[in-house]
Design a protein around this ligand. Sequence first.
Ligand code: GMT
Length: 378
Amino acid sequence: MKIGIVCYPTFGGSGVLATELGMALSAKGHEVHFITYNQPVRLHFHPNVYYHEVTVPTYPLFDFPPYETALTSTMVNVINNNNLDLLHVHYAIPHASAAYFARQILKKAGKDIPYITTLHGTDITLVGKDQTYAPVVTFSINESDAITAVSDNLKEETYKYFNIEKEIIVIPNFVDTDRFQHSNKEHFKKMLAPNGERILAHVSNFRKVKRAEDVVTMFAKVHEKIPSKLLMIGDGPERQNIEEHCRTLNICNDIRFLGKQEQVDEILSITDLFVLPSQYESFGLSALEAMACGVPVISTNAGGLPEINVQGITGYMSEVGDTDDMAEHAIEILGNDKKLQTFKENAIAHAKTFSRQRVIPLYEQLYDSVLASYKATV
Ligand code: GMT
């Protein structure tokens, strides 16, 4: 099959998932064409993978260069030049409406191609439902030949906020367990925790919805009882405030801000506990990747997190903002070697239920059924 994938090429979960999906499909023999404004961060060379950059020419008249127009035109050109079978767009805004428009342009020229939209989270729960975007988002989701959501919770949220007339199919996010697994990085651990301190980690884009300041607050409480270090991975708008919070709590010496990291699996391999105190998380791919590396998770119970973090088994969940509860659970896990080991093993076992091998066939089946019904109707 020849598949076009449209996504954000950044460290965000939707782009990461789309890139991992494209690479997994290419390894199974499909020809995959990424259409993005930058090379996706996790994209590696593979003979079946093609990358088409969307460039947006500037012009003095444009206060806002028309990215969606450039994206649509690139989609049309890539589909025509490479004879693609279908388009799979990740994150509704503006990818679903661009896909709809591209499909209409191609139809006029006698070529019909279906598009599938995968909803990831903030495209629905935060940005998409804003009235500035909602009519276009609703329309272009409804026009999709298939709609998928990454969790049951996101499916429910989508039906709650948008007038969706079609079935939303849940295909959960997956993790590449060949890459995301525990590897021995003791030398690295010794550098960051020379006295055998426990290591806690948080990975995010430091947006408000992540509540990364709660990581620092709960860490300060854990740190009082257990010798420990905190690794903050990623970057984003809240980072300065969070660093300031570390200074206020006088705990900077035991917190390292590592910035955006490509080799996150290596860092997770030296981590004892992953902390994700988000206000909302449609799924929490970063937590799943941590679990696959044998790291238990302290998270909130928001959104789709209960679908991946099993209370008292792979970690614990607390109410949003309840840093006392988070710290209590963290101390319980980190304060007992045997318990920590059990949680680590449970995390690995549960992450395997979201393995690439289990989830990719669900997308392939969907592609087959969309193409079959599309051919039957055109
Ligand atoms: O979490 C983010 O800020 C990034 C965002 C994205 O769209 O790139 O992530 C969303 O999609 C991920 C992949 O499906 C999910 O694992 C995240 O939970 C989801 N984020 C939110 O819902 C806040």
